[in-house]
Design a protein around this ligand. Structure first.
Ligand code: GCU
Length: 678
């Protein structure tokens, strides 16, 4: 019943005797010379890992015996470790001499850096790497590496597909924090350093999280995360001054409102000295915000920034702002344009401790979207890239859909904002414009499900997110290999099979769902399963405009909504051109007849038929591939994945038949291969 609970911190006993002996010998004692909470965490984690993997749990001491091989965990302090930010570390094997035994030194710039160093050493041993010649120097590419929980205090999780919340139950916090602590371990081991613990849609009870009522519990939660170097953030309700403050207004320029927020911040920091700050969804999908008072998002964000600044707190302000009450008859409004239109005019007006959180695409975490043009539209504003680990539109953790390759494409996308090489990763990290803050944010995919993520293979998305947030230059292949070795062991056949399943899964999911970048075509509200016209006449602004002749959204500059013009020249010209626009995004940018010939040489309609038939075969292939691993993987784990892949394989047929039938009936064009379409 604990299938997959340890995830990538599963410390299987090392089978290779020589290696096991090497690890045991190198790590027989762990020395921490300074006594800080994080160094204690680091020592304890390392001791446990070594104990489980070698059968000999090292002793942790504060004095080094030079004759005994040991691991030293310490802090060097800024200045000494050139080029490493304050979360960096070095890992070094110091050769012994006559009087002195060999030693592995894990030296962090801060104690948080040292903790990351300890997890690095653990990872090397899990991977079966030698540790007798270490020369590692690491520091994170991104300052902020945050996870957003969309948990509600009633225990539900918005867009959660892995059970109930591990934080809340029936309107309050859970009593037992064991799971929260184990979650903190998993996150810290990948380098996550911040978490917001309540849904961005802040309901009634959650609005009170910033009041005295929750201070004590919150400070305990903050301690649990704090022991793993993770800062606590809260999502707040912009209308709190009215909802819980007894004020008549939440106008960001009102002196009483400003005073009220300043007092809340003071109280919070008294209870939680290392509190991170606020995450805010305002004027978005019926959430209150500054628009009510004729103010803009800079006014709104700066209000909170002013309250948090004296304590070093941050405001993370989301850019998911659009008109969700659109009339489908109105062809001039394009939801894709909204974030750019709202936020680029405000560039430079946000306080220094405000960070804008921008979704990867202009719509909403579809299986395929272009990169949001807002990256490239702001040069005087701190930004973080928001990703969705929870698989809302990508199979809801019933289907396997490994998103690391998608995220890599986003991070590598060149905006050309400051010339060639202005990639999203450099904008998000803050490097391109030398911003003080930047990083990655992502919506979590975990719940109280035994394996955390519903589908055991969905753990790879959480792991991959953390690793990319730490180092966006890592390849999808490398992250995949790591996750497999850590979670499933080091059998080469298993590694081949599982990495091929993971690395193909996004493309396969895309192939049997909505075609060529047009998106949506899902059932309204819960967003699972095919429904081609599910959002076609809705107010959410999510259309495909399919008729008997063709399909797609004309977002070109000349005849369309002009969205393609929100990019810099280079990408703009490509997207705007019917000939040059990449096939996978064609219908996002262009409305074309079904007979339009793609760069692949196929017509649009034949592409739809082919990908949907092939996609179903490929989904069946994922199951078949997994079946070959029977006996190589823990049986319960094996069966759980097999049952999910079976469900996926069946559900893919539903997608295929609904999509193919719809377009066959609309277009009247036969499948060239004469396959069964209903
Ligand atoms: C999507 C999702 C919502 C969520 C929203 C957001 O629209 O369906 O559940 O609240 O994104 O990111 O705020």
């Amino acid at each position: 019943d604990k299938i997959g609970y340890d995830a990538w911190l599963r410390y299987a006993s090392i089978e290779n005797g020589e290696l096991r002996e090497e690890y045991r010998a190198c790590c027989s004692v762990i020395v921490i010379t300074e006594q800080t909470k994080l160094l204690h965490t680091a020592a304890r984690e390392l001791a446990e890992a070594v104990g489980a993997m070698t059968g000999h749990k090292p002793e942790v001491t504060s004095v080094r015996d030079r004759q005994v091989p040991s691991v030293m965990i310490g802090i060097k302090g800024k200045g000494d470790t050139d080029g490493l930010g304050d979360e960096g570390y070095t890992l070094q094997t110091l050769e012994g001499g006559q009087e002195e035994a060999e030693c592995i030194a894990i030296i962090g710039v801060s104690d948080r850096g040292a903790l990351y160093g300890a997890f690095h050493l653990i990872r090397l041993m899990q991977m079966g790497e030698p540790i007798n010649k270490l020369q590692v120097k690491e520091s994170p590419a991104n300052g902020l590496r945050i996870i957003n929980q969309w948990d509600n205090m009633d225990g539900s999780i918005e867009r959660g597909y892995a059970g109930k919340s591990i934080f809340y139950d029936s309107g309050g916090f859970v009593k037992d924090f064991t799971r929260i602590r184990d979650y903190a371990r998993l996150l810290a081991s990948t380098g996550i350093n911040a978490i917001s613990i309540n849904n961005v849609n802040v309901h009634r009870e959650e609005t009170k999280l910033i009041t005295a009522e929750y201070e004590r519990t919150l400070s305990k939660v903050a301690d649990v995360f704090g022991a793993y170097g993770i800062k606590l953030f809260l999502s707040i309700n912009f209308a709190s001054p009215i909802a819980i403050g007894g004020l008549q207004t939440a106008d960001p320029l009102d002196p009483e409102v400003r005073k009220w927020w300043a007092e809340r911040a003071e109280d919070l920091y008294r209870a939680i000295p290392d509190f991170g700050g606020f995450l805010v969804k305002a004027d978005s999908e019926f959430r209150p915000g500054p628009f009510t008072y004729g103010r803009d998002h800079a006014d709104g964000a700066n209000l909170l920034a002013e309250a948090l600044a004296p304590h070093g707190g941050l405001v993370i302000w989301r850019c998911f702002v659009y008109n969700c009450l659109q009339d489908w008859r109105d062809r001039s409004t394009d939801r894709a344009k909204a974030a750019y239109d709202h936020f680029t005019p405000l560039d430079g007006r946000f306080a220094d401790n405000v960070i804008l959180q921008i979704k990867n695409g202009p719509m909403d975490f579809q299986v395929r979207e272009p990169v949001s043009p807002l990256f490239g539209g702001l040069s005087h504003t701190n930004q973080v890239l928001e990703l969705q680990i929870t698989q809302e539109y990508t199979g809801q953790q019933k289907h396997v859909c490994y998103l690391v390759p998608q995220w890599k494409e986003v991070l590598d996308f060149d905006t050309f904002a400051a010339g060639k090489g202005s990639t999203v990763d450099k904008i998000a990290s803050g490097a391109l414009y030398n911003r003080p803050y930047g990083g990655l944010a992502a919506v979590s995919n975990i719940g109280d499900d035994a394996c955390w993520t519903g589908h055991p293979l969905a753990q790879a998305n959480l792991y991959g997110y953390g690793r990319l947030a730490w180092n966006s230059a890592l390849s999808a292949e490398q992250i995949t290999t790591e996750w497999i070795r850590l979670s499933l062991g080091r059998d080469p056949v298993t590694e081949d099979v599982v990495s091929s399943i993971l690395l193909r899964s996004w493309g396969i999911y895309e192939s049997y769902t909505s075609p060529l970048g047009v998106g949506w075509m899902v059932n309204p509200n819960h967003h699972y399963g095919p429904n081609v016209d599910g959002y076609e006449y809705s107010k959410w602004g999510t259309y495909h405009f399919a008729d008997h002749q063709g399909i797609g959204v004309d977002r070109t500059i000349g005849t369309g909504t002009g969205y393609a013009g929100q990019y810099h020249t280079q990408p703009s010209e490509i997207y705007n051109s019917l000939e040059r626009c990449p096939d996978e995004l064609l219908l996002f940018f262009h409305h074309v007849p079904y007979t339009h010939v793609l760069q692949s040489g196929k017509t649009v309609i034949q592409h739809i038929y082919d990908t949907h038939f092939d996609g179903v075969d490929a989904a069946a292939g994922l199951l078949a591939a997994w079946q070959t691993l029977r006996g190589k993987i823990d049986n319960a784990y094996f069966e759980l994945v097999a049952s999910r892949l079976t469900e996926q394989s069946e559900h893919a047929k539903e997608w295929r038949d609904v999509i193919n039938t719809y377009f066959y009936r609309k277009s009247g064009i036969d499948d060239r291969q004469g396959r069964l379409i209903y």
